[in-house]
Write a protein that binds this ligand. Structure first.
Ligand code: PLP
Length: 398
């Protein structure tokens, strides 16, 4: 058909390309540091105990699979809102926030983008340079022009904070600013509390619309500490969008559990927002799937399971920290001329390791070690068994 013959091949997803190369590699010692998932010390994606227990409870009920409400499971939305903003926060207490279950963090971002396009069609969107590779495409596909604000500073391996602040200071009022609440993907470089204070001040004073993407709550410094910035923005009182995901923190990638929360200035405003958000959802996929939401709601609202989750999440966080520390210590020994101390300052699953594209290619060709061309490595893919080989290989390409 002429319809199909005019269709050209879309570019390959660069990160999926790495995994394809990795899968085809016959070297038994191969290591994939290009992934975006948490692996345990055995190199496996964990199934959390709290999830198993919640699933056992749900299985026993053999409940019918009716449709969920458009905005998702009420118990889920409530538990997530309390997790995101704090149960005792003013926005929750005053019913100024709305939360809708979404198809993972990606789905939450897309709902937010589609909602914003309806009510702020001429606003421009700003994302960090660099950012999660899907942010730009997602907001562009919702019809927005997407710009970058300065973020990563390769020279200091930290945040170019003055560049970021300058950019915020020159954006037109009403601009939508996408911020990573914690564990910045891909760099691992986060803002300090003091820097957040300044960002919140500028965003509030200039009437910018903050959209916080929180895909890694609990992977940085803890559930509370990582979520603090969301609470601080909510206290500042302006419009606020928050997408969050349980893909990583519950190791529930394929269940697609996330949520979009919006904080408004009154309960009445929040009700109007929810009514319109439901239209966005209804015309996209009608209502979300049931299982993942039930699992997360059960864990969050059952005290023993909640405690178990917090312990298991802490276990993942601590293991990543240990791998960061081991990475730095071992490189100090094998490549003393190079300083990798910044790796322990970074937060979350990823590190901008500083490896160049050429070094990444050498690691792949010589050692079957796969990383992203930008030098991004997934620290959570390191373990006791592969770390020495990875360090030796990196030391050899430096
Ligand atoms: N936002 C960021 C920064 C991410 O890194 C990811 C996943 O890698 C997402 C959103 C999407 O999360 P989900 O897999 O739940 O759609």
């Amino acid at each position: 058909s002429p319809l199909f013959s005019a269709i050209t091949m879309a570019p390959r997803d660069p990160i999926l390309g790495i995994t394809e190369g990795f899968n085809a590699d016959k070297n038994p010692a191969k290591v994939n540091l290009g992934v975006g998932v948490y692996y345990d010390d055995n190199g496996k994606v964990p199934l959390l105990e709290c999830v198993k227990k919640a699933e056992a409870i749900l299985m026993e009920k053999f409940a019918p699979r009716t449709y969920l409400p458009i905005e998702g499971l009420a118990a889920y939305d409530k538990a997530v809102q309390e997790l995101v903003f704090g149960a005792d926060s003013a926005v929750v207490q005053e019913k100024r926030a709305i939360t809708a279950q979404a198809i993972g963090g990606t789905g939450a971002l897309k709902l937010g983008a589609d909602f914003l396009k309806r009510f702020a069609p001429d606003a421009q969107v700003w994302i960090s340079d660099p950012s999660w590779e899907n942010h730009r495409a997602l907001f562009e596909s919702a019809g927005f022009t997407v710009n970058n604000y300065p973020y990563y500073d390769a020279a200091t391996r930290g945040v170019n904070f003055s560049g970021m602040l300058n950019a915020l200071n020159t954006m037109p009022a009403g601009s939508i600013v996408l911020l990573h609440a914690c564990c910045h993907n891909p760099t691992g470089a986060d803002l300090s509390d003091d820097q957040w204070t300044q960002v919140i001040e500028v965003v509030t004073a200039r009437g910018l619309v903050p959209f916080l993407d929180m895909a890694y709550q609990g992977f940085g410094d803890g559930i509370e500490a990582d979520g603090k910035v969301v609470r601080r923005f909510a206290e500042a009182g302006g419009a606020l969008f928050v997408s969050n995901s349980f893909s990583k923190s519950f190791s529930l990638y394929g269940e697609r559990v996330g949520a979009l929360s919006i904080a408004a200035s009154s309960a009445e405003e929040a009700a109007r927002i929810m009514s319109q958000l439901k239209r966005v959802i209804r015309t996209n996929y009608s209502n979300p799937p049931i299982h993942g939401g039930q699992v997360v709601a059960t864990v969050l609202s059952t005290p023993e399971l909640r405690q178990l989750w917090e312990e298991e999440l802490a276990g993942m966080r601590v293991r990543i920290r240990e791998m960061r520390a081991a990475f730095v210590a071992k490189l100090k020994e094998k490549a003393p001329a190079h300083n990798f101390d910044f790796v322990t300052q970074q937060r979350g699953m990823f590190s901008y390791s500083g490896l160049t594209k050429e070094q990444v290619e050498k690691l792949r060709d010589n050692n079957s070690i796969y990383a992203v061309d930008t030098g991004r490595i997934c620290v959570a893919a390191l373990n006791q068994r592969n770390i020495d080989a990875v360090i030796d290989a990196i030391a050899a390409v430096l």
